[in-house]
Ligand binder design. Structure first.
Ligand SMILES: Cc1ncc(C[n+]2csc(CCOP(=O)(O)OP(=O)(O)O)c2C)c(N)n1
Ligand SMILES: [Mg+2]
Length: 316
């Protein structure tokens, strides 16, 4: 994602590897163009860097780490409770990550729930986060979880899915039930195509168009009934005080797939973000607050009600 092109990494030197020569330098000048298969290019790069490292000292990254630590301190991973008292999607995902832990495999769809799953689950091990990134494909989570479970049957596998994404591939639950792949699906049901709704909230004066899925207002489809119809054990959870118990129940079931319909607030927003047409260094930390890296803005930060990282530290 370049954002506004002329301000994209203006001081960087770019190495651009691409199998398609027409792509090289198409958007951004490449100082070092390499045409080739990334499988080979990356392997050769790794070998070249290791060779360099044998003779040249590793670079001093202390200034970079100081800078990153400063950002971490000023903008801790956080979320606010929903204004209408509804269950927070971030809370659900945070609790799920703590319960299932770093050995589980997590897959996500595309949208707000995906961003929160990236932020609030504390990954510690490789190959535990299956993600359809960069022009990601809605509907990825359930089939990805199914594949992960078939490939690693001893692992606990969770699909963290959106109510929109889930409707694209939930028929694969039948495959999971029939083929004996007891995956677990946490539907983060915010009633909306939340990622799109967030843009309509922030940039289109709350003129909501085609984002309400009726998964809240009409409960269509009813994900509990749908899960049951597909041979899964299904639960619904709407209150913060029930979240841990329903996750624990789901974790106990290993002979069938499980679906949990988490009914969460519609208005939670994902931060940080870059607005369309703006530069990546104008990244927004919260509504109306930009740029992220301007120290003067730190005082205007919204109240950090839950500092999720701190709370997780406390749990350990
Ligand atoms: C197949 C496909 N269609 C459309 C999109 C564009 N898109 C990205 S996120 C999103 C909304 C996803 O809604 P939901 O699954 O409910 O997730 P939420 O953002 O609410 O967590 C859409 C329409 C896409 N990425 N993939
Ligand atoms: Mg949604």
């Amino acid at each position: 994602m370049t954002g506004k092109l002329e301000s994209f990494a203006p001081d960087a030197k770019v190495i651009h590897a691409d199998i398609d020569p027409a792509e090289i330098g198409k958007n951004r000048f490449a100082d070092v163009p390499i045409v080739g298969d990334c499988k080979e290019v990356i392997a050769e790069l790794i070998a070249a860097i290791s060779e360099d490292r044998a003779t040249i000292d590793a670079p001093d990254l202390s200034v970079w780490w100081e800078y990153l630590d400063g950002i971490r301190k000023t903008y801790p991973l956080a979320y606010k409770p929903e204004s209408d008292g509804a269950l927070s999607p971030e809370y659900v995902i945070e609790r799920l990550g703590i319960a299932a832990g770093p050995d589980a495999i997590y897959c996500a769809g595309v949208g707000q729930h995906q961003m929160w799953a990236a932020q609030f689950v504390k990954y510690e091990k490789p190959r535990t986060w299956l993600n359809s990134g960069g022009l990601g494909t809605m509907g990825y989570a359930v089939p990805a979880a199914l594949g992960a479970k078939m490939g690693a049957p001893e692992k606990e596998v969770w699909a963290i899915d959106g109510d929109g994404c889930f409707q694209m591939t939930n028929q694969e639950l039948a495959t999971a039930a029939i083929e004996g792949a007891p995956i677990k699906v946490a539907v983060i049901n915010n009633g909306n195509l939340g990622m799109v709704r967030q843009w309509q909230t922030l940039f289109y004066e709350q003129r909501y168009s085609s984002t309400d899925l009726s998964t809240h207002s009409m409960r269509i489809p009813d994900f509990v009934k749908l899960g049951e119809a597909m041979g899964c054990v299904s639960f619904r959870c709407e209150r913060e005080e029930d979240v841990d118990a329903v996750i624990a129940q789901a974790r106990e079931i290993n002979d069938r797939p499980v679906v949990i319909d988490f009914i969460v607030g519609a208005d939670a927003q994902v931060w940080p973000m870059v607005a369309a047409g703006t530069s990546n260094d104008e990244i927004m930390a919260a509504r109306d607050i930009r740029p992220l890296f301007d120290e003067d803005d730190a005082a205007d930060e919204p109240a950090v009600i839950h500092a999720a990282m701190d709370r997780q530290e406390g749990q350990k």
